[in-house]
Design a protein around this ligand. Structure first.
Ligand SMILES: CC(C)(COP(=O)(O)OP(=O)(O)OC[C@H]1O[C@@H](n2cnc3c(N)ncnc32)[C@H](O)[C@@H]1OP(=O)(O)O)[C@@H](O)C(=O)NCCC(=O)NCCS
Length: 296
């Protein structure tokens, strides 16, 4: 139906049956203006039913005109390792989209608010999302939080060479799980981590036990940026140098603290990491780094 002709209220409901889930994927592709053949869920498989661990604390909410999905949001519970080694329950919001014809009617505001109510019920200390619609999220109480810096990979040139392997291997997952900061990954998260179609993985070491790793780009997000990295320092910087040779102009993105710990001098100027809304003031970390292939 043409939204201008709609004379009945839209229904807000969970997106869970097959027909609605199919529309969810199509709505996201359309709302994000993806070219034919590209799919939002290829870059954010954490919201893809085929990759969601059974029993995951996750909710998808939609606004429906009859059976037609016209607006969506997804939210999930996750655990954040804070900078002091503690674990904080957080809610991650993503897949926020409204069909162009239905925008400006408060649908995203409504569905995101309901998602936040769900997160409060789950005792999330913080809700987090990535997005540039600061007006929408600002009105809902989100503020720019966290800190990240970018370092050009060109600075790692001339540091010797190392044999570089490419492509995802499940042997990388233990390294991701062992990261000192960011999201705590569990075995059940492997399905969505490995499903990222457009992340370029580089690593060094034995195929069964990589020493260092870096992930470049993420499709519609993080183009030209190394957003996941870690492992043995010497091989890591050699890996950065090798990636720069193959993909000149790439940048390393990360927490200034982690960079310092790896002997990488972070620039003084930083940028906010994400939009976050404190849900339980006493339990929300003051400062944090949310590192993980997880949301948009
Ligand atoms: C962003 C989006 C979900 C908003 O959906 P919506 O249902 O129109 O949102 P609402 O009607 O609740 O708008 C709430 C506020 O958001 C702001 N807003 C809405 N769309 C916006 C846009 N595209 N860009 C910037 N701000 C926007 C407006 O300031 C609006 O405030 P107002 O009521 O004072 O005008 C929709 O524009 C969309 O699908 N965009 C493409 C996908 C996208 O970028 N998703 C967000 C990723 S985090």
């Amino acid at each position: 139906m043409n939204p201008n002709e709609a004379d009945r209220p839209l229904k807000i409901d969970m997106i869970r049956n097959d027909a609605a889930l199919k529309q969810f994927s199509t709505l996201l592709d359309k709302a994000f203006c993806l070219p034919a053949g590209s799919h939002y869920l290829d870059d954010f498989p954490v919201w893809d039913e085929r990759c969601i661990p059974s029993g995951a604390d996750l909710l998808k909410i939609g606004a429906f005109d009859g059976d037609l999905l016209v607006s969506s949001v997804a939210i999930r519970m996750a655990e954040l390792k804070d900078l002091t080694g503690g674990i904080v329950p957080v809610a991650i919001v993503g897949a926020v989209a409204t069909d162009e014809a239905w925008r400006g009617r408060g649908l995203a505001s409504k569905t995101v608010s309901l998602a936040l109510e769900w997160a409060v019920g789950k005792r999330a200390a913080l809700a987090v999302l990535w997005g540039s619609e600061h007006s929408l999220y600002g009105k809902l109480g989100f503020l720019l939080r966290g800190k990240q810096v970018r370092v050009p990979l060109a600075g790692f040139q001339g540091l010797g060479s190392v044999a570089v392997q490419t492509g995802w291997t499940d042997a990388l997952f233990p390294l991701l799980k062992a990261r000192p900061q960011g999201l705590r990954l569990r075995e059940a998260d492997l399905a969505w981590v490995r499903a990222h179609k457009n992340v370029k993985w580089f690593w060094t070491g034995d195929p069964g036990k990589p020493n260092a790793y870096a992930a470049l780009g993420k499709g519609i997000d993080l183009a030209g940026m190394i957003h996941e990295w870690g492992g043995a320092r010497k091989e890591l910087v050699q890996l950065f140098a090798a990636i720069e040779r193959e993909h000149p102009g790439s940048e390393l993105l990360g927490s200034p603290t982690l960079m310092s710990e790896q002997g990488i001098l972070p620039p003084e100027s930083s940028e906010p990491l994400c939009l976050a809304k404190v849900l339980e003031p006493g339990r929300a970390p003051q400062d944090f780094w949310l590192w993980g292939l997880d949301s948009a």
